[in-house]
Design a protein around this ligand. Structure first.
Ligand code: TPP
Ligand code: SF4
Length: 344
């Protein structure tokens, strides 16, 4: 039986959606929702952000906290959300015009800062919403409403820009190469750092027809002629390649000081839940939390610093349930000193 549970992540009450029949955006939304559902991402742990354009409507159709930003500003909002709520999964769904033209400067600098967010770019090589003008990724020579005798300029090569950063994840796929498309989405969502999936997609109405394609399927076949898949880990992709180029950030492995002895579970200091409550960070007290039977001192966490000591209401408690739904919760905890165990 086909698993349709991904529909829980869609605002079906807002359907029918505004997109033209045959437009590739629907495939992007559906496959992103399917991948999120498989990973257990939901409205408790995930936010989505879009800019403006036909593609920019995607976030609004998701049953998640969604932000519809001004044109070109999706990455600024996404990075801000991730900064104040590092426990959330943050995903950007937008178009090539929104991300690469008016939002191009943010793309340069957000990718450089490498926040842990994923960007899905519906790259239909045109400004769809506004009537089919040439956009930043429109191939040279393409006839559009603003370039009736063929676009003059070379397109912006998103892959070349994004693969010059220190760590990076850039994937190029198409809405036609379904298995490849799904694999890229999944891998990008799991990538720790900034990941960008450039999804070649069709705007059949305001680009395809002008190019002489009668159906979306004819356009898909054209994608198949223009691009081919490559396998394995790459440093970068050539302009006609579909694949993944990535470079991981160097992970610093903390050295265990010589002579440090691992403390056995039974030798750890025990805390009852009542005792734990006293370590609430107030009035200079340390800030402890419980996780899976253990107690960690998270006083040094940046999330609990500053005048307002944000989130102190979460301290002095067993946060196992909360951290288990926060995808990187465990990673956040384990780097803090283990100071005891919870009394069952
Ligand atoms: C500041 C500003 N400038 C221009 C526009 C007009 N505008 C709306 S959508 C768009 C292009 C969107 O292109 P893309 O991101 O490729 O999305 P598509 O519609 O092709 O999916 C433009 C130029 C706007 N809304 N706001
Ligand atoms: S105008 Fe183009 S991009 Fe917009 S919904 Fe229609 S086919 Fe899709």
């Amino acid at each position: 039986m086909i698993d349709r549970s991904y529909k829980e992540l869609l605002k079906l009450g807002r359907f029918p959606h505004t997109w033209c029949p045959g437009c590739g955006i629907g495939a992007v939304l559906k496959n992103v929702a399917m991948a999120m559902k498989e990973l257990g991402w939901n409205n408790q742990n995930t936010s989505v952000v879009s800019g403006i354009g036909c593609s920019g409507r995607m976030a609004g159709y998701m049953n998640l906290d969604a932000v519809h930003t001004p044109h070109g500003r999706a990455l600024t909002a996404a990075e801000a959300i991730k900064t104040v709520r590092p426990d959330l999964n943050v995903v950007v769904l937008s178009g090539d015009g929104d991300l690469g033209a008016i939002g191009g400067n943010h793309l340069l600098h957000t990718s450089r800062r490498n926040p842990n967010i994923t960007v899905f770019c519906n790259d239909n090589e045109i400004y769809g919403l506004t009537g089919g003008q040439a956009g930043p990724t429109t191939p040279k020579g393409t006839k559009t409403i603003t370039s009736p005798s063929g676009e003059h300029y070379q397109p912006l090569r998103l892959n070349r820009i994004l693969t010059t950063q220190a760590p990076y994840f850039y994937a190029r796929t198409t809405v036609y190469h379904l298995n490849h498309f799904k694999a890229c989405i999944q891998e990008a969502l799991l990538w720790k750092g900034f990941s960008f999936v450039d999804i070649i997609s069709d705007c059949i109405e305001l680009n395809g027809r002008r190019l002489g394609f009668k159906t979306a399927h004819q356009m898909f076949k054209w994608f198949d002629e223009r691009f081919h898949m490559v396998e394995g880990v790459r440093d970068h992709l050539k302009d006609d390649e579909l694949g993944i180029a990535k470079k991981e950030a160097e992970v610093k492995v903390e050295e265990v000081p010589v002579g440090k002895v691992e403390v056995k579970h039974e030798d750890l200091k025990t805390f009852t839940r009542e005792e734990l409550k006293q370590f609430d960070g107030a009035e200079g007290r340390p800030l402890y939390i419980g996780y899976k039977g253990k107690v960690y001192d998270i006083s040094a966490s940046p999330l609990f610093q500053g005048e307002k000591r944000m989130r102190c209401h979460m301290a002095g408690k067993d946060l196992t349930k909360e951290l288990d739904v926060a995808p990187h919760g465990e990673d956040l905890i384990f780097k803090f000193p283990l100071v005891g165990r919870l009394k069952e």
